[in-house]
Design a protein around this ligand. Structure first.
Ligand SMILES: [Zn+2]
Length: 324
């Protein structure tokens, strides 16, 4: 993904500058419901993340990408009711890229559906790395890719043992990170194809996870998400306040070019949960300047952060998820 910082124009009035504390009514609504909500295991999500990184960079057209795909399909087939693969060959920079989007469905016949997504490919180049020799190396992609997929795989494990009332589609996009950093048109190749050739019915809304594993993650509200699905932002950040460890910050952020944009353009209200300070390596914390480098490794990832994100999503799926 790439960042395009745009001024916050239309929706400033919807957000205060200060983080909000949930009201007593909200807490009662979320905490005193009769639904038994399964426990999301951050350590399990961490292991799912590590397993992907251990394959090596999951760059399309490589054996590491093939091996990871086989493992993802095997894992999801064990957990989901239905698994769909969507293959496409897309030409980018005069090269043909063999891409596969993967969909894991739970309650496939339910009319009310929520889609949760992440990208599973790794960037083919480390173009933000201080070592120019690393430019042509694929990134390890522990946070940029594997973190979101790790959360979704752990959710798949939970949904296998306990189904919510709604249908859930977990979608792993391929080819998110092929574009050059100044070329926004050649990002999100897999999700663009998916959005134009939907292999599943449209969900009520979708939530994208990207860069969701850093040990000091901060999720500000992404601008286009706010405009597309305010009610989803409102509920997710309220749950984040209850069940997170301070990662969900109800403050305005910039606009990010990411896989949520093609979904929104296809008429699916979508939000992006993303640690946007990492994008462009603008953090005041030197450790957090690893985006699109060889240092996007498991050392930066925390089971606690993965647990916060996964717990929020688990509560969302099991407790009045139809907010749109
Ligand atoms: Zn990236």
């Amino acid at each position: 993904m790439i960042v395009s910082i745009a001024p916050w124009i239309s929706f400033t009035s919807c957000l205060d500058d200060k983080p909000k504390t949930p009201t007593t009514e909200q807490q009662q609504k979320y905490q005193q419901n009769s639904v038994v909500i399964p426990e999301f295991n951050g350590n399990s999500a961490f292991e799912f993340c590590k397993k992907q990184v251990d394959f090596g960079p999951r760059v399309p057209n490589t054996k590491e990408h093939d091996a990871c795909k086989a493992w993802l399909l095997e894992t999801l087939t064990n957990f989901a009711d239905t698994v769909i693969t969507q293959n496409t060959i897309q030409t980018v920079y005069n090269k043909k890229w063999n891409l596969t989007n993967i969909v894991a469905q739970f309650n496939p016949h339910a009319e009310n559906r929520v889609m949760l997504c992440a990208h599973w490919d790794s960037r083919p180049r480390s173009d933000e790395d201080s070592m120019k020799a690393n430019f042509d190396k694929g990134i390890p992609g522990a946070n940029d890719g594997a973190s979101g997929v790790g959360v979704l795989l752990e959710l798949a494990r939970l949904l296998h043992s306990q189904k919510p009332d709604i249908g859930v589609d977990l979608v792993l996009f391929d080819g998110e990170d092929i574009g050059y950093s100044t070329d926004g048109d050649n990002f999100c190749i897999g999700s663009k194809y998916f959005a134009k050739n939907l292999p599943v019915p449209k969900p009520r809304y979708a939530i994208l996870l990207d860069l969701v594993g850093d040990k000091e993650a901060q999720f500000l509200v992404e601008q286009t998400s706010m405009q597309s699905a305010f009610a989803v932002v409102d509920k997710v950040w309220a749950l984040g306040k209850l069940y997170g460890k301070g990662e969900f910050v109800l403050q305005q952020g910039g606009a990010i070019t990411d896989d949520h944009i093609p979904l929104i353009e296809a008429g699916i209200p979508t939000i992006d949960i993303i640690d946007m300070e990492l994008v462009g390596n603008r953090s005041s914390n030197p450790r957090r300047r690893y985006w699109h480098t060889q240092y996007d490794t498991m050392e930066n990832i925390s089971p606690v952060t993965l647990s916060s994100v996964g717990t929020v999503l688990t509560h969302l799926l099991f407790n009045n998820p139809i907010v749109i």
